[in-house]
Write a protein that binds this ligand. Sequence first.
Ligand SMILES: [Zn+2]
Ligand SMILES: [Zn+2]
Length: 301
Amino acid sequence: MKANQLQLEHPWTRPWWQYSPGNGSTFFYIILIHVLGLVGLILFPLPDWRILVAALILTAIGGVGTTVCYHRCLAHRALRLNSIVENLLIFFTIFNASGEPLTWVANHRQHHAKADTAEDVSSPRQGGFWWAHIRWVYQWSGSEVRRWCPDMDKPKYRIWQRLQIPIIALSIFAGLMLGWQAFFWLGAIRLVYALHFQMFVNSLLHMTPNLPEGVDSSRNIWWLGPFQLGAWGENWHRNHHAEANAARFGRRWWQIDMGWYVISLFQALRLAYEVKLPKKLLQQERLLSEAPPPRRTQTIE
Ligand SMILES: [Zn+2]
Ligand SMILES: [Zn+2]
């Protein structure tokens, strides 16, 4: 195989700084937030608690946007969302710099369909940890929307491709209105944090040691959950790969799944519907609904 063809088919063989065509701005963004984040940590290592809480809240809402809206609703159609809620969550997901919905869904559906192969967008088995963690974001040529999500190729989703850069600029710079400390902590430091804890889903959660070829690499890692804030639940990644179209990622009561709690709340408020349950829960629900009515206790007259 010629070197050029190899780089096209196996983009992880490129040097790490060589972004794929059209991905220059993504590469620039990643460098920018890391440099700004580092400067921020040097200048303001200990933030005011109110700024820290605001940064955590924004990260958590963005995390809910990624897991509930992008992942469970748009990519897997495991539920439907009220359109106002859907649009608000898309805004906060982009504000968290997780990308616009069309590209996210196309990449993600390809990830499931081709998991662990050379066509998987972010396989650590193919490209190693750094490829799976962050390099694919600017070195993968992007999965085709026409092939992977023609159902979403509509103006209401395409509009976010135009809005993405202004929203990210707002996300980086808006804190400046509250001073330099807020600029760094509400902007770059928050974005670096959100980026890495979401990227662990692609890297760590697909790295099972000593795995034979051809065996599904997805895994559950309990300790990652709390760091993912609103996206807590994404850490049950093996559960998710085993049944990708179920809206609930936790399978046992102790597997905390923030996304599922939010979906349950939305359901109660009639903001989420057509929610698909994992098979086991579905069976239990069916058994309960089909169970004969309890016998009446006989009374002696
Ligand atoms: Zn996966
Ligand atoms: Zn998925």
